[in-house]
Structure formats: structure tokens, C-alpha cells
Design a protein around this ligand. Structure first.
Ligand code: 5AD
Ligand code: SF4
Length: 449
């Protein structure tokens, strides 16, 4: 095969990053080579996101750029993978003639077949969603490194009214616990130090009676030098068992991403989020009690249909009460096919923007205050690489996912756990210095203390 250079760009969430590794695993198995240079590609794939309109617009813009490459190389195959393949199939194939391949998240096994169809001059289209596909047996293609994602379940059955994911990624299904544990063992042997278990709603994980807490315990027992993170948790399903499991296993990071979306019960009801703020705050309080030092991050949407200024104030109030370490904050974006799409998008754009800005400003202040309180404290970080700004500094993250910058030291290597003291902080970054490198026993003692 001559035409076998694949170039892929990934947009959107971590699930998409993990899917790209699965896609590359499948294609490499079929003899394709991966190139990082778009100019050398025979096949260009965009793994896309539909969660908000601006994500889709960005990808349309990118397809516009790529069409110039196609003019100079008519044999070039251009494909759209991921959520947009499900959401915009007709638009992509019929209106935007540049696309030769449209393959949704459950059809990646057949990608080589669809690529051949495209090379033969037809459109390669695979958009069926599956109730069973988990790519359990596929070995994802990963460069060596410290951090890896593993998707442990796919799809979502929650049907939040704003969200297109249940339509683009289909129904919930879980990968087998044993295959996940085996993958973690292989990653541990290759020197990986941090694994993030991924799913749209990881707390619904279920493999023949093993729930997500069982999976976390099994994974954290593989290698006690490995950190385990996970995302995303739905507040309705975050069990006491899970909270105790995090508390009991030093390798499970004390960090929970728990999207609240809105601080108003009325809006939460319209969003079909199936919890109230009282319930939500109850979980936070319980977790803070049981897991000392636990930190939280969240997702917030501003300007959902009918959101009033009072509703907005309730969101700000929840943020002040929880004191999130971080937040992903968005303006509501109507998505065709969802229930909310039928509601009137009645919060004017400038009001959405203004409220979003207030949410961002408040979060920045909260993050700044939390980080100021860290000054003088000792933390253990996993050193991940050189600071983006200077080769004289390294960066790493705490268990609670905070970035810490430290000066290079003769005995500090990337991949080490290092005990640091925090000297200075902004809202986004902590600055410190190493006090000690930490061996396995010390790390576990310190983490379980
Ligand atoms: N508009 C704005 N934000 C959205 N999200 C999901 N759908 C939409 C939408 N239609 C946000 C939610 C979710 C995160 C992944 O993206 O906050 O938790
Ligand atoms: Fe979308 Fe809600 Fe499912 Fe998250 S839980 S993927 S927001 S439907």
C-alpha cells in the first residue's frame, strides 16, 4: 500500500483524545503509518466535537483550510470522525463536498474498509451507533509518556436536555474490568505514572455487578506509584461507596469533577439533571468530610432557556459555597435534536455573555484565594515536564490537579514524585521549590496521612 500516511487532529473532550488513540491503534494494525505533518498525509482525519456550536464552526473552518490541500492533491482523502459525523452527516457529505469519509464513534473498527471505499471514489459512511461496542480488545496507539487516558464506558443515558451526547455517542455500555486492569498493567510496565479513567458518566460503570468503585479499587491496586484520576461524575450517581473508596486508596487522586451546570433547582429541572442543589451540596459536604483535602471542579452553563437574573445569582452562590478549584464555563448553545432545542433560546446573547463573564470572574477570584492559602504548605507533585516559559523550571501537578512550577534540581527527573513547598501563587499556578524527592513508601505514607 502506498497511500498509507494518516494524519489526525482531535477536537473536544478527553473521550475524543482516547478515541483517537483507538483509531490509530486500529489503523496501524492495518498497516497505516501515522504522520504529524499534514502535508505528507494521504488521509486526513478530524475527530470532531458537537457539544457546542462554536466547536462545530471551528471544524468547518478547518475543513475550509484543508480544501486547499485537496485542490493540489486530488487523491487526498478527508474524513470526519466523532460526534459531528453523527450530528451532521448529510451536511458534511452533500453540502461540503470536500469530505470523503464520515465515521461515527461506534464504527471505528470498519474505518480501514471505509477508507478503501473512499480511495475507490465513493463516500465511506459509517454512522451506526452500537449498544455493545467498547473496543475492549483494541490496543490504543500511545506514544511513551507519563499520562494516559482509558475510556471505561461509552455513551450516556442521562439525556440532559441541552446535551447532544446521547444522540452522537449512543447508549451507555461498559468495558470489562479485567481488560481495563490489564491495560493499566501494560501502561505501568511502560513507565506511565498517571491514568485517567474516562466516561461521559463514569459512575454508571457496571461490568457484571462490578461498579465504578470496584473498578477504581482494582485499578489502584496495580501499581502504587501510579496516580488514578477519573472523569466525569454525575451528581445523581456518586455513591457513598465511591467516596469511601477514594478515601481508602492513596493512589486515587483527591479530586472530583462534578458538573453542577446551574445553581437553580428550577433550571436543573428543565435541564433534566435529576438532582437538587441541596442534594448536590450534601454530596460535596460528605466528600469533604470523608476525604480530607478533596477538591472539586465543575461545569457551568450560563443562559439556559428562561434563566433569570435570580437563577444566575443562585449559580454564583453555589460557586461561593463549594469553592471549586476549577470550572469549565460555557454559554448555552442550542443543539439540534435535543429537548432544549425546542425551548425558546430566550436569554439574549449579550446577557449570556455578561453572566458568563461574572461566573468566570468569580471563579478566578475563588481559585486565587484557594491558591493563596496554599502558600507555605508542602505538597507532593508528579513532575511532568519543563515549564512552557523556561527550560530552567519544571512543572508538575498535585494530587488535587494544581500546577506547580519549581526550579530544575540536579536530582529531579521527569516522572519523579517530589515534595515541594509553595512560595507564591496566582489564580492559575503555584510556584514552589523542591524539599525532597519522595520514594514509594514516603509517597504512600504522605498520601494516606
Ligand atoms: N451548551 C453549552 N454547554 C454545553 N455542555 C453540554 N452541552 C452544552 C450546550 N448545549 C457543557 C456541559 C457539559 C460539558 C461537557 O459541556 O456543561 O458538562
Ligand atoms: Fe451530556 Fe448530561 Fe450525559 Fe453529561 S450526563 S454527556 S451533560 S447528557
Amino acid at each position: 500500500m502506498n497511500s498509507n500516511n494518516i494524519y489526525i487532529e482531535t477536537y473536544g473532550c478527553q473521550m475524543n483524545q482516547a478515541d483517537t488513540e483507538i483509531v490509530l491503534g486500529i489503523l496501524k494494525h492495518h498497516g497505516y503509518k501515522v504522520t504529524n505533518e499534514i502535508g505528507k498525509a494521504d488521509v486526513i482525519l478530524l475527530n470532531t466535537c458537537s457539544v457546542r456550536d462554536n466547536a462545530e464552526q471551528r471544524i468547518y473552518g478547518r475543513l475550509g483550510n484543508i480544501s486547499t490541500l485537496k485542490k493540489s492533491n486530488p487523491n487526498l482523502i478527508v474524513g470526519v470522525l466523532g460526534c459531528m459525523a453523527e450530528h451532521l452527516r448529510n451536511d458534511l457529505v452533500e453540502d461540503k463536498k470536500i469530505v470523503d469519509l464520515v465515521v461515527g464513534p461506534d464504527e471505528y473498527r470498519r474505518l480501514p474498509e471505509y477508507i478503501n471505499i473512499a480511495f475507490n471514489g465513493d463516500k465511506g459512511i459509517g454512522i451506526k451507533l452500537s449498544r455493545t461496542e467498547t473496543y475492549d480488545d483494541i490496543i490504543p496507539y500511545r506514544e511513551d509518556g507519563l499520562q494516559a487516558w482509558i475510556s471505561v464506558m461509552r455513551g450516556c443515558d442521562k439525556f440532559c436536555t441541552f446535551c447532544v451526547v446521547p444522540f452522537t455517542r449512543g447508549r451507555e455500555r461498559s468495558r470489562s474490568l479485567t481488560s481495563i486492569v490489564d491495560e493499566v498493567k501494560q501502561l505501568s510496565d511502560r513507565g506511565f505514572r498517571e491514568i485517567t479513567l474516562l466516561g461521559q458518566n463514569v459512575n454508571s460503570y457496571n461490568d457484571n455487578g462490578n461498579d465504578f468503585a470496584d473498578l477504581l479499587s482494582a485499578v489502584s491496586n496495580v501499581d502504587n506509584l501510579m496516580r488514578i484520576r477519573f472523569s466525569t461524575s454525575h451528581p445523581q450517581d456518586l455513591s457513598d461507596k465511591l467516596i469511601y473508596t477514594i478515601a481508602d486508596h492513596p493512589g486515587l487522586c483527591n479530586y472530583i469533577h462534578l458538573p453542577v451546570q446551574s445553581g437553580s433547582d428550577r433550571i436543573l429541572d428543565l435541564m433534566n439533571r435529576t438532582y437538587t442543589i441541596t442534594h448536590y451540596l450534601g454530596i460535596i459536604e460528605k466528600a469533604k468530610k470523608i476525604i480530607p483535602g478533596v477538591s472539586f471542579s465543575t461545569d457551568i452553563i450560563s443562559g439556559f432557556p428562561t434563566e433569570t437574573y435570580e437563577d444566575h445569582l443562585m449559580t454564583l452562590d453555589v460557586m461561593s459555597q463549594v469553592k471549586y478549584d476549577g470550572a469549565y464555563m460555557f454559554k448555552y448553545s442550542p443543539r439540534q435534536g435535543t429537548k432544549a432545542f425546542k425551548m425558546l433560546d430566550d436569554v439574549p446573547e449579550e446577557v449570556k455573555s455578561k453572566r458568563l463573564q461574572e461566573i468566570i470572574d468569580l471563579q478566578q477570584k475563588i481559585s486565587y484565594d484557594i491558591n493563596q492559602e496554599m502558600i507555605g504548605k508542602e505538597e507532593i507533585i508528579l513532575v511532568e515536564g519543563y515549564s512552557k516559559k523556561s527550560d530552567l523550571f519544571l512543572y508538575g501537578r498535585t494530587d488535587t490537579n494544581k500546577v506547580v512550577i519549581i526550579p530544575l534540581g540536579p536530582d529531579i527527573r521527569i516522572g519523579d514524585y517530589v515534595k515541594v513547598k509553595i512560595d507564591r501563587a496566582t489564580s492559575a499556578t503555584l510556584f514552589g521549590r523542591s524539599i525532597d524527592s519522595v520514594n514509594r513508601e514516603e509517597k504512600n505514607m504522605a498520601l494516606s496521612a
